[in-house]
Design a binder for this molecule. Structure first.
Ligand SMILES: [Mg+2]
Length: 236
């Protein structure tokens, strides 16, 4: 069975924004008679806001939080129960106390399915405070240094610098590659579209897993949603 897997940001939409009108109309008709699966690091509310009700309903499954939260027509099929272990949380709390950056806005640990976002300045920071931290971080490499120390100390958990102010913490392997559990090596013919397939990118783990596990898969590394649009027009 042919199955189409799409990343969202930069593949179906401009980053963090809504799908454009023209592509929306086309993509809805594409979803009608094809098996479409969506996989993104964002949460469900963000995907719904970006793609709208119709696409979210027509997609066979939506994998949010890199596959740690799975829904079908809005119904939750799977959610990861992972939470940040105490010793890891204590380590990060110590790092927060040690940091000489002095703005603290609260909500320093934000739990999401399958991951935790850690931030020295705090998730309550306004745009200005975020900007001040981002500049500080560029000068001092604070987040990179914390992530490096963390990854040495906790080999079964991964810390990755994400966005402007945070560090994403998740169990090793809780990336997009985890969605292969729903696909069949023998029966499925997979087409995977993503804009971050290079080794550092968040589409890479899924690509790598599909290749390593000998899936019948074709990869479309795109530069933008326009690129995806052109490719889809040529195959329908
Ligand atoms: Mg992307």
């Amino acid at each position: 069975m042919k199955k189409y897997i799409f990343d969202v940001d930069g593949t179906l939409t401009p980053s963090r924004q809504q799908i454009t009108k023209e592509f929306n109309t086309f993509f809805i008709s594409f979803c009608f008679d094809k098996n479409v699966y969506l996989v993104t690091g964002s949460d469900y509310d963000k995907t719904y806001e970006q793609l709208g009700e119709t696409i979210c309903y027509l997609a066979k499954k939506i994998y949010n939080c890199s596959g740690s939260y799975v829904t079908e027509k809005g119904k939750v099929l799977y959610t990861s129960e992972w939470t940040l272990p105490d010793d890891a949380k204590n380590f990060l709390t110590e790092k927060m106390k040690e940091s000489i950056f002095d703005i603290r806005t609260g909500l320093h640990f934000e739990d999401r399915p399958g991951m935790c976002n850690f931030s020295i300045v705090g998730r309550n920071a306004n745009t200005f405070q975020r900007g001040v931290y981002a500049e500080w971080d560029i000068r001092t490499n604070e987040r990179i240094n914390i992530a490096k120390q963390f990854n040495k100390l906790f080999p079964s958990i991964a810390a990755k610098v994400g966005g402007e102010t945070g560090i994403d913490i998740f169990p090793t392997g809780n990336d997009k590659s985890q969605i292969v559990r729903d696909f069949d090596k023998q029966k499925d013919i997979i087409y995977f579209f993503g804009d971050k397939m290079d080794e550092e990118g968040n589409d890479y783990p899924l690509k790598e897993r599909l290749i390593k596990d000998n899936y019948n898969a074709t990869f479309h590394s795109v530069d933008s949603w326009e690129d995806t649009f052109e490719i889809l027009k040529s195959i329908t």
